[in-house]
Design a protein around this ligand. Sequence first.
Ligand SMILES: Nc1nc2c(ncn2[C@@H]2O[C@H](COP(=O)(O)OP(=O)(O)OP(=O)(O)O)[C@@H](O)[C@H]2O)c(=O)[nH]1
Ligand SMILES: [Mg+2]
Length: 483
Amino acid sequence: MGGTGVGKSSLLNRLAGKAIAKTGVERPTSHEVTLYHHQRVVIPHLPEQLPVASVNTARHDDDGKQHIIWLDMPDFDSTEQHNKQLVLQWLPHIDVLIYVVSPERYRDEKAWRLLLAEGGRHAWLFVLNQWDRGDVAQLQDFKRQLGQAGFDDPVIFKTSCTDIAQADEFTELERMILSLAESHNIQQLQQSNLQARKNALKQVLQAQALELGAQQHAQALSSLWQSQWQTTAKLLAQGFNWPIQQLADYYARHAADLVGNPATSTQPVKAEIWDDWANARFNDGLDEFILAAGQLGIPALPIKHQLQPLRNKAANIMRTQTGLAARQALAMPGNWLQRGALKLLRIGEIILPLASIGWASYQVLTGYYQSSRQGVEAHYLGVDFAIHSTLLIALSWLLPFFMLKKLQPSIKNTALKGLQRGLTQGLAQIDAEVEQGLRNIREQHQQQLYLLAELASFCDAREPLPEVAEHSALKRVLLSHKK
Ligand SMILES: Nc1nc2c(ncn2[C@@H]2O[C@H](COP(=O)(O)OP(=O)(O)OP(=O)(O)O)[C@@H](O)[C@H]2O)c(=O)[nH]1
Ligand SMILES: [Mg+2]
């Protein structure tokens, strides 16, 4: 890996002993990855995401190098975004990175940032190529910079690929790569790569946990909703005053149908309490609550999803509750005392006129019988009797009739009372459903935090690493962890 023109492809060609990768003065030269490996090596399962179409493969039959697969990558710093993309796609599959630089360009910003970010995931070898044009001061400066990046004693090879006659450290580079390919080193490299990835994963998990918000804030959602609901419910109740009157009127007009005839009572009521205005106020209330929850650091989206169905359901809840309560009220108007008195009066309304008619008839009969026995020709019942008995019958009917009228609570008032009770019940049900949604959110939140903590603790568990000797080559190619 390295900047364009530093001589990466030239190095691979030298390793191979033949021109397997294109080199040149054109910048950048390589636009593809060149793989170089033993002919017995089959790469059966390349990860799917690898762009194998941009791979150029060359094989050799040198058994001494059969455990190594070399990759010559395109540059990382030119304007060719495709090249950079290729490098990034291959990087996770690479154990040993050979970072190639030239004397003029040993510090290129993009590759350097990559080195800092990827440091712990690979073993690093450094090659200062074009050494035929370099000097010791540049080498020292490069070394110093690597020290700042965390390599206390970096392994740097000075090579010169154009002028083979010149003595350089190419053979040492080759030997180093071969020694790193020994199995215990590979194992060590893989372990430290795994640990680096676990550390990175742990950081992601911790960032994710922060994003989820604190547990006590999730617990506070319910009281946050209650303070919002107080305002919204009050506003809604005020707004319902007018439609509730209209609905009561409607019920008064259709009371007989609604209560007496169950078939018509299931027909939808024309007048609606939960109109567009109420729906807009309720949605405003929910939105304000979600916003406030977001300000507490709880992600808004899950709450939004959890409460979404309620936005459409609220009208239905209200319609059902008010309809039911109004019908119940109309079916059983007044309190139990009123209902008892009404029942008595209804009986009286029949019994009293019947009794007075019965009494008058009895008087007529006995009067007629007696007058016929006495043989008196005179009229046997006077005008007085006629007036009195008519009055009695009329009064015995009118009295319970008027009392009944007076006592019977007006249907509109009854409906109104029922509607008000339904309204309270409806609002309580909406509140309860929001609370249930928030309980679900709290549970999910708790579960997710728990899961993140558990995963993070898996990342902490370290596999026992084989000891790396203090001044060994392996120690030098791994980024020191104290950085
Ligand atoms: N003086 C000198 N020139 C070299 C050396 N190595 C390579 N070059 C020249 O540098 C130029 C670029 O070499 P490449 O191997 O194509 O460089 P690269 O890093 O593969 O470049 P990209 O494929 O563009 O990323 C070529 O003209 C090489 O001849 C060296 O050691 N000394
Ligand atoms: Mg190249």
